[in-house]
Design a protein around this ligand. Structure first.
Ligand code: GTP
Ligand code: MG
Length: 195
C-alpha cells in the first residue's frame, strides 16, 4: 500500500468527537509501551505523527489518523499501566468498551503484544473480549528486532497458544525499528477491508 496522505484528525474523549464521514476504522490496542504509536508512524511513513514516549500511559484518548482518505487508524490508550489513577482507568474502560461494542465503522482490531514475552492476563482478557463481541483480530508481535529472527517462530507459537487464538486470526511479526512486517500488515489490512 502506498501511503500518499496521512493526517492526525482528533484526540477524542468521547463518541461525540468521533468522525462522521463513515470511513472504515481499525483500532490499535495493547499494553502501554508495547509500541502502538510507533507502529502507526511506521505504517504511515511519518516519524512524529503519533506521539511516542518512553513514559508508559502517554496516549490517553482515542487518537484518529486518516490515511489516503480511505481509512482511520484509531490509536488506543494502553492498558495494564498500574500508575494511572483508578478514576482515569475507569473512564478509559468505559470509552473503550463503548467504542468496541457500538462503533459500526470498526472493521477489526490490531492487537499488539511484545514478541519477547508471553501475553499477559490483560492481553488474554482483551483478546477474549473482542472474540465475545465478534470483532476479528490481527495479532502483531512487536519489537521483532529485539530477538533473533531464528527465534520468532518459537515466540509466536507461545503467543498463539497463550491467547488461544481462534481460526481466521493472523499473527504478524513487526518492528518499528527495521520496518519488518510493514508490507505484510498493509497486505492483511487491505485484504480484510475488501472482505
Ligand atoms: P502508550 O501510548 O503508553 O500506550 O504506548 P505505545 O504502545 O503507543 O508505545 P510507543 O509507540 O510509545 O513505544 C514505547 C517505547 O517502545 C518507545 O521507547 C519506542 O521507541 C519503543 N518501541 C516501539 N516499537 C519498537 C520496536 O519495534 N522496536 C524497538 N526496539 N523499540 C520499539
Ligand atoms: Mg501510544
Amino acid at each position: 500500500m502506498k501511503v500518499t496522505s496521512s493526517e492526525f484528525v482528533i484526540s477524542a474523549v468521547g463518541p461525540k468527537q468521533y468522525p462522521e464521514d463513515g470511513l472504515h476504522e481499525i483500532a490499535l490496542v495493547g499494553r502501554s509501551n508495547v509500541g502502538k504509536s510507533s507502529l502507526l508512524n511506521k505504517m504511515m511513513n511519518r516519524k512524529g505523527l503519533a506521539r511516542i514516549s518512553s513514559r508508559p500511559g502517554k496516549t490517553q484518548t482515542l487518537n484518529y489518523f486518516r490515511v489516503n482518505q480511505m481509512l482511520y487508524f484509531v490509536d488506543f490508550p494502553g492498558y495494564g499501566y498500574a500508575k494511572v489513577a483508578k478514576t482515569i482507568k475507569e473512564q478509559w474502560g468505559k470509552m473503550i468498551e463503548g467504542y468496541l461494542k457500538n462503533r459500526e465503522q470498526l472493521r477489526f482490531v490490531i492487537q499488539l503484544v511484545d514478541i519477547r514475552h508471553a501475553p499477559s492476563k490483560d492481553d488474554v482478557a482483551m483478546y477474549d473480549w473482542c472474540k465475545q463481541i465478534g470483532i476479528p483480530t490481527v495479532i502483531v508481535a512487536t519489537k521483532g528486532d529485539k530477538i533473533a529472527r531464528g527465534r520468532w517462530l518459537q515466540h509466536t507459537k507461545i503467543i498463539r497458544q497463550t491467547l488461544n487464538m481462534r481460526g481466521g486470526d493472523t499473527i504478524i511479526v513487526f518492528s518499528s525499528e527495521t520496518g519488518q512486517g510493514k508490507d505484510e500488515l498493509w497486505g492483511e489490512i487491505m485484504r480484510r477491508l475488501r472482505e
